[in-house]
Write a new protein. Structure first.
Lengths: 232, 174
């Protein structure tokens, strides 16, 4: 990479959204560009603080968004849930600034806030803040390391394997390839690929990524996207 | 006394001051290693030391011939050492209990103070900036997903993220 990466690419690198080869390209760049290294290390500090202490920061701040977004109706109860196709179409066709719907959204948000104040907040007082009781800073700083498959493999793998991290009770695995897409949620540190899936894995480049969640459904760690290749 | 090595590379002769090279690249190698192994991994500083020693040895032995930049040369050594470390650890630790992660003793206090200041500064941000940081960095949504969630354009999301960062930087400059 000869040109300096833009802001979005830096963010995608720091949040593990670049592929392995894209990350390597960016890393080689900042080994040669002190300005970019300065910018990336400074940005990383912000990302790490938010990831490690986000629960405390956003829970504690006035007008905290934690509870209202956590229960967004189109989510599958998990961070980064999938938007239904009609919502994408609808929003894209209307453009991003439908003024009327913004007022409706604001009114709905106000109503939700009222419900939160009257119904939810007293409940939280009784049970106590869920994040504070699990606040182990070193746990949230852990890295999720993928073990296999990596690099070039002889044939379609029978399973995907990674190293455990403490406090994680559930892992979400995403695998994508030339013609396949597979997701699985498991409490183990290994996900067996279904039999019919193994037969479908054609030669080509595949990517996979694992996200770790705590018992409360809090995202603890995201692995980098790792590639492996099934040769012709 | 600093040691300078003369190298005749593709782009002509090049002089490498080893002390200066270590001073310049150690933080960059440290950043990459910590990112790959996790800052809580007690081995990260040893791995960085090994990489810097390996780099110096390779330059002294003439293995670095100036075919690439020094940065690219050190990056290649770093990437290989990290892969070796992970493979080695995977072999040793497979089935064995996980070693608990220890805090870095050297700059822990300073890092904690900076993190605390940053956390407080984020809390003080106006909700429209804080919400974007929350969804983008904490909830791990993409720019497009944040845009859909907030009913604003992806460009506006970028604008707010950048402005929030600018505001936070100001708290450190004060």
């Amino acid at each position: 990479m000869k040109e300096c990466p833009n802001e979005e690419r830096i963010d995608r690198y720091l949040t593990g959204r670049l592929t392995e080869s894209e990350s390597a390209e960016l890393e080689e760049h900042y080994f040669n560009c002190s300005t970019c290294f300065q910018k990336i290390s400074e940005r990383n500090e912000l990302v790490e603080v938010i990831r490690d202490r986000g629960a405390e920061i956003f829970e504690g701040a006035a007008g905290s968004p934690v509870h209202s977004w956590k229960k967004a109706p189109w989510k599958d109860g998990r961070d980064g849930g999938i938007f239904p196709p009609d919502r994408w179409k609808e929003t894209l066709s209307k453009g991003f600034l439908p003024r009327v719907s913004r007022w409706v959204t604001a009114a709905a948000a106000a109503a939700l806030l009222l419900v939160a104040v009257l119904v939810l907040i007293p409940k939280f007082k009784i049970t106590g803040p869920e994040f504070a009781s699990t606040g182990d800073e070193t746990v949230r700083g852990e890295s999720l390391i993928l073990v296999s498959p990596l690099g070039e493999v002889k044939a379609g793998p029978s399973a995907l394997e990674w190293k455990p991290i403490s406090a994680a009770v559930e892992y979400r695995v995403d695998l994508s390839g030339p013609e396949t897409l597979w997701t699985s949620v498991t409490p183990a540190t290994k996900a067996d690929l279904p039999e019919n899936m193994k037969g479908r894995m054609k030669p080509g480049l595949y990517q996979w990524q694992v996200k770790a969640y705590s018992a409360q459904g809090i995202l603890l760690a995201v692995s980098p996207k790792v590639e492996f290749k099934i040769p012709d | 006394m600093s040691k300078t090595f003369e190298i005749t590379g593709k782009a002509g002769p090049m002089a490498i001051d080893l002390d200066e090279m270590i001073r310049q690249y150690r933080p960059i190698v440290g950043f990459k290693v910590k990112k790959a192994l996790g800052g809580g991994n007690p081995d990260w500083e040893d791995v960085v030391d090994e990489i810097m020693m390996q780099t110096v040895e390779k330059i002294k032995s003439g293995e670095f011939r100036g075919d690439s930049s020094v940065g690219t040369f050190i990056y290649t050594i770093t990437a290989r050492r990290i892969i070796d470390y992970i493979r080695q650890k995977t072999r040793v630790l497979k089935g064995a209990p996980e070693v608990p992660a220890l805090p870095d003793p050297h700059d822990q206090v300073e890092r904690n103070e900076r993190a605390e200041r940053l956390a407080q500064a984020i809390k003080r941000l106006r909700p429209k900036f804080r919400d974007v940081l929350y969804l983008y960095y904490y909830k791990d949504l993409s720019r497009l997903e944040v845009a859909l969630e907030l009913g604003i354009s992806p460009a506006k999301v970028s604008e707010r993220v950048n402005y929030a960062r600018k505001l936070l930087r100001k708290t450190f400059d004060r």
